[in-house]
Structures are given as structure tokens and as C-alpha cells.
Design a protein around this ligand. Structure first.
Ligand code: BGC
Length: 872
């Protein structure tokens, strides 16, 4: 058996390379070997008939090739073998990976948009569409290419096509509409077949946003499908949506993303997507127009069902209502077998994230009804789950269930973008481990096709600032590169074509607010920070090149908002350090650190990133480096004393001054001490909002205040990262105190129990507590530098880097420190151990280091001083 295995081979950032949009998808592979310090010297690619021959290169991530490009529908088998530096012989070939192109040019489409007649008695209708067709030859291979204005599920001959949820997802529809490719070979037969689809409003025509509006993209839904069947003789039959289709109202009489679904079992139409149904009473469709130039293949995986969570408890509320607890705040929907009960029996399921005073806490949902209704037909059990909605919930209130409801009757089905999990973290403190679990659940719930702010209320929008704060964490926990590449393409097209270079506050954008789109520090910075983070984590310089026009346009817009004196004098308001814990419930932007300071720091930071990105792309970044210096100078002139004291005694102000590199070398030590003092003066409570939170722990550690950082992390009183954990949270909250210590819900209008921004601290847990970070793009070089601090005696993390699995796990017993490290083949690690010795480099393989260290002493709290006089 070979000691060197190449697996798996992947294409671009796709989990599955069926129907992809790239004609020359770059290849990545992982080498697995027990040989220590393995480095690749060369590779050979076989792509269809073409071979690269031996190529002397260490590259194994996103490797470009120059075989003839794929044409539409083309399928090729690909395999790879490699030579290690010390090996004369190549490895065995990898397993064959198959790539198949989608429809790459607008001319490939012959389908027409089929618009169903919508029932006029329902605002949020669902319709069935169908047509029959005959195949007069056997089937060799068949693909369904489909999309919709609305959300759809297709069926062929009575069977569901694929397992996507809420296809085609939500993109900036007027510029980019995704189509899906399904392998339907096994669902067709020679002879008569039927193709059908259920179609609902979704994001296209449904109620979206907090202003109660709907139909932002159009008043009519439509299906656009092209079935291509290849026969053994090489000929092809194509069946598309066209004027032959018919439609009727579905048994699901209502479906809205926010509102939920109503299913009337009495209206079911058995065989609706099978041949032979008499559809004479169905209505003909109307043909609409769809710009095929907007059709794009997906960059990332679809939304799918990823987990089933059983009900944990069924109880009665003080007012006598039946409540189900799933034990986890999650995103998805509730599935159950329809109980045996008389026709017309109505079961209503309402969802909420929390209970308040023992009753379902629905106020935070605002206008989202989050209610599913089933009307039984009396014919007995079969499984039911809503299709075209999702809810954010831990609890459900069930009304009308015939007989006694038990936990065995219902289960929760978790849905989100089916990203590949890539990161884990645990440590000796169970509450911190739980915090990390909550971050993971928060991410799952908010990566439902679009990276959103929240998954439960009348919002669920792709707020740019939330992702800007969270993207380093997201990119560690899951492989987000494909999904976010698509989202960034939406951001860029809206920014550049619709808003003169300013990224809208949320992407996809809908005009919800009366005021114009304007440059917003932190939020707009997503245009720079997201691609840069993806470059750091995945080594994808092409992505950076693709986003370059968007990045530069944002920097221009941001700089012009700053004005000639770089002081934002002409800007009336920015969101700033949103949701500082002192912000009153009705004034979320009222922060200790005023927004102009925050905006100045963020401008300097983005300008510095631009200078680095320019260097990666071989461009001249001099103007950005110079801009960063001018902004930093302005920052110091406006906000910093000669010695390094910052104008606002606030954690965010100091953290940004230090971490955005805005101070002179001689000011840093003093500013670092003052930050530690500030955190102590805050009683080691967190005092940052969305824009300061990602920086404060790093700033403390980098300033030498390791003990202060751990004290802040391990704080359990409100406000802190662990306060929600002590309150039983299973996700990260929008506000530090979304639930108040007395168990009541924060009275603010904006109170979600599932927002990821504060979870940004997980990136610090990975990099600094456990100690695994990228030292070079794509983790080609790892930086392994844990900084143990008081209160935590062990930590462990793993990450699926582009080169393979890396892991770090350490323990500290007294002064005995031990660290186990796994470095993937073809990468190296720079190791800096906490004994203060010099950093050193190691090659791939397993390593163990044991050292005697001087443990960091806990912070000193003055004795005899009552830190919390109000709590006596
Ligand atoms: C969202 C945020 C968002 C903010 C900005 C809120 O309603 O939930 O997370 O970034 O608005 O205004």
C-alpha cells in the first residue's frame, strides 16, 4: 500500500461538481501520509483524455490547468498523482473525481417562464404545475435544470427531484438568479412521463423585511425548467416549461417565509406529478419573460435538511397551553405524522425562541407569524413537514392536537446551507465550550442561503456588518468559500450597478427604508474584509481579484464620506459600535465609543487590507498604504494624547486604536495598559458592540494583558459572553442581555436570540486560546501559538485546512505544559510555545512538545472593594 494517498480531489469551492458554472474549474487535493515533513515536489493531472505530465510544483490548492475548457453539459473524469520531495516514484492515482458543467451560455436555454394562475383568495399562495411528455427511446442520462421566480420543489413521475430546500435560494434576482442541476436519470422511463413542481412566493413575491412589504421582485411567480434527456444513440430530447403546462392551487393553501404554512389535507391531489392525471380542470399557464443572461450556476451548496432534533419535553404553560421544548434554539421546521382524527380537525403550531413567564415568547418575532396549520382529512397517518418556510425556534405551542401530545409525536428538522463542517473547539471550561457550541448553532441558523442577521423575526436579511464581524469565525467552522463567493458577487453587482460603489446595508438589497444607501463603516467594510478573510483562509487569490472592483469602489466611497479632513464632518449618523451593552433598548446605536472614532479606525483598517491585497494581486497598493497612514495620523490627532491615552475611556476605542494599528510605537504600551485598566474598571464585563467585540480579546493579549482577557472571557455576570450561557442560552444573542437576569425578554424592539455578531470571539478562541491560526494564505503555514491564561487548563481545536486536517490540543497542569500538534502534509507550522522560547518551524506530521512554563497569574482584584454595590 502506498504511503501517500491523494484524496479527495475537488473543483473550485464546490462540494459536489454537478452543473457547475466554471469552464476551467481549479483543482484542489489533499495528501494523506504518515511520512513526516512531507512536501510535494510535483503533480500530474489527468483531465479526461488530457494529461498535464509531471509539473514541478508544490501547489495543491486551487491549481489551474490548461486542458481545453469544459463546454456546457460536458462531463470529465479527473485524477491526480503527486511526487514528494524525497520520492523518485509518484503516488498512486487518486480516485477519479467527476466534474460536469452546467449550461454555460444563455443560448443553451430554450425554456420559457411558466406563470401559473394564482388563486385570488390567498395572499401567499402555493400552486402545482405539471405537464406530461413521451420519451420514445430509452434513457441514458437525464438532467433537470430548473429555477423559479419564487421557491420551488420539482417532482418527476411522483418522486421528488433532489433534496434541496427553498430552491433557488435568494440572490440579487434582477442581476443573478441561480439555477439548479439535478441528475434525474433514474426517475424517467421510456414512454409517458410527467414533470411537476410546487411553487410558492418565497423571497421573490413574499413578505420580506421589517416594513411589512411584499412582492419586491414581482407580482407573479414563475417556473423555469429544462429537462434534457440523452438517449443511448446520442440523441437528446428536451422538455421545457412552455405553454403546454397547466397549474392549479396546491393543498398547501398558504406559504410565507415569515408567516409559515397552512396545509389542507382534504385538498391533496394524489398523483399530481404522475402521468395519467386528469388535469382538464387545471388552468393553462401564461408565458412570462426571464432574462437568461441573469442565470448563474450555484457557487456553494444548497440549503438542505441537515439534522433531526427530537422533542425533549411536552408541558402545559400557566395559561394551559401545550408547549413543546426541543432543547435547542434551531432553524428549520417541525415534522409530524398527521394524527388519526376526523376530517376538518385543525392543528396549529406556533414557534418561538424563548418562553417568557412560562408562555411562548413571540414578541421578538415582530410581524413574523411563524405559524403552521394543518387541516386533517380523516384518512390517517402520513408524514408532514412544511416546505416553503423556516422558523427560528426552540419552543412550539401546539393547539388542536387530538388526544394527548407526546414527545414521540413531533421532531424538529434543521435546515441550512449544507456547508462542509471544518472546525471544532473544546476546552476545560464547560461554559466556554458551550459558548462555542452556541456559536456553531447560531451560524447554522443564520446561513440559510444568505448569511443573515437573524432567522426568526420579520428580517432575516443579509446584513453586511454582521458578517463583517463574524466571517473569520464562519470561515473556520464551515467551508463558506463557495457560498460567500456567490454572496460577494451579489454584493458587488448591487454596489457597482445600483448604488454608485456603496454596498447596500444588506445583500440582497430591497428598498425598505426611505433614506438613500450611504457609506456605513463596518457594514460597507464587508466588501473588503470578507474577500480578504476568504483569501487568508482558503488561499484563493482569484476571488480577491474578482472582488477587486468592489473593494476599491468601497474604499473610494468610504474615503469620500470621510471628507477632505478624514473626519466624517459631513455625515450625520452611522450605526457605529451597534449594541454596546449600555445602549438603551430603544437606542441601539448609543455607544460609549462614538461612531466617528469607530469609522476612522475602520477606514484605516480597510485601507491597510487593501494595500496587502494589492500586493497579493501584483498591483500598486501605495495609495492605500498612504491613505492608511493619513487616517491613522488623523485618528491620533483627533483622539489620542501624546502618551497614548484615547479620548473615550472605552474598550472599543482602545481595542480599535491598538488592533487597527493606529498608534505610534511609543504610544502602544501605555494604551495597552489603559485598555487593561479600562476592562478592570468595567469589572471585567464586556463593554463593546458589534464593531469592537471582534477586537477586544486580541487587543488585551497583544498588549500583554492575558489575565485580563481570560477574566473577561470567563465573566459570567451580565454583560459578558458567558452570561447567556448561565441563562440557558443555546445560541448567541443579539444583545448581551436579550434575556434580562429576571427571565423577562429585553423590551427593545430588536431582541433576537440568534444573532452571530458577538460570536466573533470564537475566532479568538481558535487562534489564541487553542492556538491555531493561518500564518500564510490558505494555512499553507500554520501559526500555532496558544496563550493559556488563568481559568483554563486545556483546550483543543481542529480545522480542515485546504491541505488537510490540522489539530492543536494542549494541557497545563501546574507548570507542566504539553501540546499535541498535527500538521497536514504539504504544509508547515510556526510554533510559539508559552514558555517564552523562540518560535520555530516544523514540517507536517504529528508532534508533541512538553515544556515547563510560568502560568499567567490571575488579575489582581483589590481586596475589600465591592465591585457590585447594587447587588447587595
Ligand atoms: C439587524 C442587525 C443589523 C442592524 C443594523 C438590525 O435590525 O438585526 O444585526 O446589522 O439592524 O441596523
Amino acid at each position: 500500500m502506498s504511503h501517500v494517498q491523494v484524496a479527495p480531489v475537488t473543483f473550485e469551492h464546490h462540494r459536489k461538481a454537478l452543473g457547475i458554472g466554471e469552464s476551467t474549474p481549479r483543482l484542489s487535493w489533499v495528501v494523506r501520509t504518515e511520512l513526516p515533513d512531507w512536501r510535494q515536489a510535483a503533480y500530474e493531472l489527468e483531465i479526461g483524455e488530457w494529461s498535464s505530465g509531471r509539473v514541478d510544483s508544490a501547489g495543491s490548492v486551487l491549481v489551474a490547468w490548461d486542458a481545453p475548457p469544459l463546454v456546457s453539459r460536458e462531463r470529465r473524469s479527473v485524477r491526480v498523482r503527486v511526487w514528494g520531495e524525497a520520492a523518485a516514484e509518484p503516488s498512486a492515482w487518486s480516485e477519479v473525481a467527476v466534474v460536469e458543467a452546467g449550461l454555460l451560455s444563455p443560448g443553451d436555454w430554450t425554456a420559457q417562464l411558466a406563470r401559473p394562475a394564482l388563486p385570488d383568495d390567498e395572499e401567499e399562495p402555493v400552486v402545482l404545475l405539471r405537464r406530461e411528455f413521451t420519451l420514445d427511446k430509452p434513457v441514458a442520462r437525464a438532467r433537470l435544470y430548473a429555477t423559479a421566480q419564487g421557491v420551488y420543489e420539482a417532482e418527476l413521475n411522483g418522486s421528488r427531484v433532489g433534496d434541496h430546500v427553498l430552491a433557488p435560494g435568494w440572490t440579487s434576482y434582477s442581476h443573478r438568479l441561480r439555477y439548479q442541476t439535478y441528475d434525474v436519470t433514474d426517475l424517467l422511463t421510456e414512454g409517458v412521463n410527467a414533470l411537476g413542481a410546487q411553487l410558492a412566493d418565497g423571497w421573490f413575491r413574499g413578505y420580506i423585511g421589517f416594513t411589512g412589504g411584499r412582492a419586491y421582485y414581482g407580482e407573479r411567480t414563475g417556473l423555469f425548467a429544462q429537462l434534457e434527456v440523452e438517449h443511448p444513440d446520442g440523441s437528446r430530447t428536451t422538455v421545457t416549461t412552455d405553454g403546454e403546462w397547466r397549474s392549479t392551487a396546491a393543498p398547501t393553501t398558504r406559504a410565507g417565509i415569515y408567516s409559515g404554512e397552512t396545509f389542507d389535507a382534504r385538498r391533496e391531489l394524489p398523483g399530481w406529478s404522475s402521468p395519467g392525471l386528469d388535469d382538464a380542470a387545471w388552468m393553462p399557464v401564461e408565458l412570462g419573460s426571464l432574462d437568461v443572461g441573469t442565470l448563474v450556476a450555484p457557487d456553494g451548496p444548497p440549503v438542505r435538511r441537515t439534522q433531526v432534533v427530537p422533542a425533549q419535553a411536552v408541558t402545559r404553560s400557566p395559561s394551559g397551553r401545550v408547549l413543546v421544548d426541543f432543547g435547542q434554539n434551531l432553524v428549520g421546521r417541525i415534522r409530524f405524522a398527521l394524527p388519526d382524527a376526523p376530517a376538518g380537525t385543525e392543528i396549529t403550531v406556533r414557534h418561538a425562541e424563548v418562553l417568557e413567564h412560562g408562555e411562548l415568547g413571540t414578541r421578538p418575532l415582530r410581524k413574523a407569524r411563524a405559524t403552521d396549520v394543518v387541516v386533517l382529512d380523516g384518512t390517517g397517518p402520513r408524514e408532514w413537514e412544511p416546505r416553503f418556510t423556516f422558523h427560528g425556534f426552540r419552543y412550539a405551542e401546539v393547539e388542536g392536537w387530538p388526544g394527548e401530545l407526546t414527545t414521540a409525536d413531533l421532531e424538529a428538522v434543521v435546515v441550512h446551507t449544507d456547508l462542509r463542517p471544518t472546525g471544532t473547539f473544546t476546552c476545560s471550561d464547560p461554559d466556554v465550550t458551550k459558548l462555542h457550541e452556541n456559536v456553531v448553532w447560531g451560524m447554522r441558523g443564520n446561513f440559510v442561503d444568505v448569511p443573515t442577521d437573524c432567522p426568526q423575526r420579520d428580517e432575516r436579511l443579509g446584513w453586511t456588518g454582521d458578517l463583517e464581524a463574524f466571517v473569520p469565525t464562519a470561515a473556520y467552522l464551515y467551508d463558506t468559500a463557495g457560498m460567500l463567493r456567490g454572496w460577494l458577487a451579489d454584493l458587488a453587482v448591487e454596489q457597482l450597478e445600483d448604488f454608485d460603489g456603496i454596498p447596500p446595508l444588506y445583500v440582497p438589497f430591497l428598498k425598505l427604508l426611505p433614506f438613500p444607501v450611504s457609506a456605513e463603516a463596518g457594514w460597507g467594510d464587508a466588501a473588503v474584509v470578507v474577500p480578504w478573510t476568504l483569501y487568508e483562509r482558503h488561499g484563493d487569490a482569484q476571488l480577491l481579484a474578482d472582488q477587486w472592483p468592489s473593494m476599491t469602489a468601497w474604499l473610494d466611497a468610504f474615503t469620500s464620506a470621510a471628507g477632505p479632513d478624514l473626519d466624517f464632518a459631513g455625515v450625520p449618523f452611522m450605526l457605529g459600535d451597534w449594541l454596546d451593552p449600555i445602549a438603551p433598548p430603544d437606542a441601539p446605536g448609543a455607544a460609549r465609543t462614538p461612531w466617528p472614532l469607530v469609522a476612522t479606525a475602520y477606514l484605516a483598517r480597510s485601507a491597510r487590507i487593501m494595500a496587502r491585497a494589492a500586493a497579493v494581486l501584483g498591483r500598486d497598493g501605495g495609495e492605500y498604504a498612504a491613505l492608511a497612514e493619513r487616517v491613522a495620523e488623523r485618528f491620533r490627532a483627533e483622539y489620542v494624547t501624546a502618551h497614548g491615552r484615547v479620548a473615550y475611556p472605552a474598550q472599543t476605542a482602545y481595542a480599535l486604536a491598538l488592533e487597527c494599528d493606529l498608534l505610534l510605537p511609543e504610544q502602544r504600551a501605555h494604551a495597552g495598559r489603559l485598555l487593561a485598566e479600562q476592562v478592570a474598571a468595567d469589572g471585567w464585563h464586556i463593554a463593546t458592540g458589534f464593531l469592537g467585540t471582534p477586537f477586544v480579546a486580541d487587543a488585551l493579549v497583544n498588549a500583554g494583558a492575558v489575565a485580563g482577557a481570560y477574566e473577561l472571557l470567563l465573566q459570567r455576570e451580565n454583560p459578558s459572553w458567558l452570561y447567556p450561557v448561565t441563562m440557558g442560552a443555546t445560541t448567541v444573542w443579539e444583545r448581551w442581555d436579550s434575556m434580562l437576569p429576571d427571565g423577562s425578554i429585553n423590551p427593545g424592539e430588536m431582541t433576537s436570540f440568534n444573532h452571530y455578531a458577538y460570536g466573533a470571539v470564537a475566532d479568538w478562541l481558535h487562534r489564541t486560546v487553542a492556538g491555531l491560526a493561518p500564518a500564510g494564505p490558505g494555512y499553507r503555514t500554520l501559526r500555532v501559538a496558544p496563550r493559556p491564561g488563568p481559568g483554563i487548563t486545556s483546550a483543543a481545536t481542529t480545522h480542515e485546512t485546504p491541505y488537510g486536517t490540522a489539530s492543536v490540543s494542549w494541557t497545563l497542569e501546574g507548570s507542566a505544559f504539553a501540546l499535541d500538534l498535527v500538521v497536514p502534509a504539504n504544509s508547515t507550522a510556526q510554533v510559539a510555545l508559552p514558555d517564552g522560547s523562540e518560535a520555530f518551524e516544523v514540517g507536517s506530521g504529528r508532534h508533541r512538545f512538553e515544556r515547563t512554563v510560568t502560568p499567567v497569574a490571575p488579575v489582581e482584584k483589590p481586596q475589600g472593594f465591592n465591585w457590585h454595590p447594587d447587588e447587595d
